[in-house]
Every structure is written in structure tokens, then in C-alpha cells.
Design a protein around this ligand. Structure first.
Ligand code: SD4
Length: 342
């Protein structure tokens, strides 16, 4: 086991047990200063990188970029170049970033570049465009000083891919049986017992000391996806939406379901109309479930949201989703999300 993997597991192990978390957040948490929230328990890695920026009075946009860089660097986590490849064996990355002025940038189907969120930010800040894909996104990254990486799979992803190749069964639905919290306590950890990843996406939302919001979403996408398939993560209004007047939201799970309802835009609009972040996430989950309640039993979607007051909340289709919140003392606390199905 290498050092990164060990440090990741150690981090997972320090996640607060549910009972204590529940006591801490019997009511939805409201932050009085800066706050950063990230999807899943692996959000501890992202939040630990974002917090120093926020603590010094820095900008939420810089904080969420640092959050992305930290998790994309962790080849033993689930996103970035360490993530699972598509069914042809290539890791393809999707990511986006959005700031307090509704500036946004996104990249999709990007190969061999380590920090897709930073490429998205570069696009946002230096061009009139918001979205680049595939070879064009890679060309833009290289022209802007990003390094071309080897394209080799991480040892864990390589193992998972070889396992998948035995049947090479194309199942465009995240295997939820495996990823629910069953047997794991309040949420499924980022790394499951068999060593596979519980998720492929990280979203981070931050509120800075000035009261401005920003967010990012980064993913290697659904494991063993069809080549060229893009999910919700890089799509503004699906994987991420920030409205500095109201709040921000991000998502993880079955991307197609989120895209169909413009999920994170919907969450923010529910907050605009008076819902708390948790209520807004719940309503968006219900919108998805109600399309086809029987089919909804087969997939996972989780939303995470923050409003302008620093109140945060989450809701998911299945049990197993969690988020990490860092505020005040700078320590990341993992909170299990409530879910539609028990
Ligand atoms: C996608 N939303 O590509 C991503 C996958 C994900 O945890 O979130 N996995 O559809």
C-alpha cells in the first residue's frame, strides 16, 4: 500500500461517527464565517486544501480550485487521472468551476491532463467561452502550460479495469447495491471493502469571508462508460450551479438523471423560492424519483447545497451519500445525507 493510499484511508478512518455528527448537526448547520462543503467523506481531502484559503480571508473561487487540485492529485481517490477509465481503457475527465459573478468554465472528455478544474478556470478567465471538449480542450491546456501526463492507469484503476474486462458488461448505471451504506454505517466510505471506489465525482462549494460563493465539480465520470460519454459533472446547471444572490449546489451520482432535470439549477431555484438547502435538495431528488419511481430504485443521485447565509444541506435518492463540512475550527466533519429510499 503506498503512502497516498494509506493517508487516504487514515483520513477516512477519522470521520466522525454518525451519532456524534447527528448531535452536532441536529439542526441544519449554519456557518457564521467562511464555510466549505464537499461531497462524500473524501471531501476531507478537498476541504483541508480549501480551508487555508478561506481562513486567510481569501476568495471562494481560489478555495474551490485548491479543493479540486488536492483531490485530483490523489491518485488513490476516485477522480482525476487516478479514476476508473472508460470501457476502452482511457481515463477521460469532466470538470467545471463557477464564481460569484456567474462566470463559469468547463471541460469534458479531456485526456492526460491532471487538473481539469484549473483548465476550466483558465478557459473562464482568458477566453470568451465556457465549454471546451476532447482534443480541443487538451490543445488549450497544453497551450496554457499544463503538462501532458502518461495516460497510464493508476494501479487501483488498472486492477478494477482488468476485473471489469472479464465480463466487459456494459451497465450504464452506477452499481448502487454495492455503494449504499448497508453494512458501512451511516454512509458508504469513498473506498469500499473490496478496494473499489464508492464514487467518481467530487463537488465543492465555498462561502468566503466577504460572503461570496463559488463552486467546482470534477470527475473521471462513471467507470467503464462508453467512450465519449459525458455526465452531469461539467454541465453548468447540472453538476454545479452558483447564484451569488441565493446559493450554490453540486451533485454526484447517475449523471443522466441529473441532466434531465437540470438538477443543481433546480436546487438553487428552490432555495430562491424559500426552501432551505436540505429541502431544496430533497425537492430536486423527488423531481427525479417521480419521473419513474420504480427505475429510481436502481440508481443513486445526491445533491449538496449551501445558501447565502451559510446554511448547508444534502439529500440523495439512496442511502450512502455523505458530505464534509469545514468551518470555524477548520476541522472537516462528515455528515450522512438523508435519502428518499431507506
Ligand atoms: C457522472 N456524476 O459521470 C458522474 C458520476 C458520479 O459518483 O458522480 N459518480 O455521471
Amino acid at each position: 500500500m503506498n503512502t497516498n493510499r494509506r493517508s487516504f484511508l487514515r483520513l477516512s478512518a477519522i470521520a466522525l461517527p454518525f451519532t456524534r455528527v447527528n448531535q452536532l448537526f441536529a439542526k441544519a448547520p449554519v456557518a457564521s464565517g467562511p464555510v466549505v462543503i464537499s461531497t462524500w467523506d473524501s471531501g476531507q481531502i478537498s476541504n483541508a486544501a480549501a480551508w487555508p484559503v478561506l481562513e486567510k480571508g481569501g476568495r471562494a473561487l481560489d478555495a474551490v480550485e485548491q479543493a479540486a487540485i488536492a483531490i485530483e492529485n490523489d491518485i488513490n481517490c476516485c477522480v482525476g487521472l487516478g479514476g476508473n477509465p472508460d470501457r476502452d481503457g482511457h481515463v477521460t475527465l469532466d470538470a467545471c468551476i463557477m464564481d460569484e459573478k456567474s462566470n463559469c468554465g468547463a471541460v469534458a472528455f479531456l485526456e492526460r491532463i491532471k487538473h481539469p478544474v484549473s483548465v476550466a478556470r483558465k478557459l473562464m478567465e482568458t477566453t470568451p467561452h465556457v465549454f471546451l471538449v476532447g482534443a480541443g480542450a487538451q490543445q488549450f491546456a497544453l497551450a496554457n502550460g499544463f503538462k501532458l501526463e502518461s495516460g497510464k492507469l493508476s494501479p487501483d484503476a488498472d486492477k478494477e479495469y482488468k476485473k471489469w474486462l472479464k465480463k466487459a458488461e456494459y451497465k450504464p448505471v452506477i452499481n448502487i447495491e454495492h455503494r449504499q451504506s448497508k453494512g458501512h454505517g451511516p454512509f458508504a466510505p469513498a473506498r469500499l471493502d473490496d478496494g473499489s471506489f464508492n464514487h467518481d465525482t467530487m463537488g465543492t462549494l465555498a462561502l468566503d469571508a466577504k460572503g461570496d460563493l463559488s463552486g467546482m465539480c470534477t470527475t473521471s465520470g462513471m467507470g467503464f462508460k462508453m467512450r465519449g460519454r459525458v455526465g452531469d459533472s461539467p454541465i453548468i446547471g447540472a453538476g454545479l450551479f452558483v447564484d451569488n444572490e441565493v446559493g450554490a449546489a453540486t451533485s454526484s451520482g447517475q449523471g443522466e438523471e441529473v441532466i434531465r432535470v437540470a438538477g443543481t439549477h433546480l436546487v438553487v431555484e428552490f432555495m430562491r423560492n424559500g426552501s432551505s438547502p436540505e429541502e431544496a435538495c430533497k425537492k430536486a431528488v423527488e423531481r427525479i424519483v417521480n419521473r419513474d419511481p420504480a427505475r429510481a430504485k436502481t440508481f443513486q443521485v445526491g445533491f449538496l447545497a449551501i445558501n447565502k447565509q451559510g446554511e448547508v444541506g444534502a439529500y440523495s435518492v439512496q442511502p450512502g451519500f455523505a458530505y464534509t463540512i469545514t468551518t470555524g475550527d477548520g476541522k472537516g466533519k462528515v455528515v450522512a445525507s438523508k435519502s428518499h429510499f431507506a
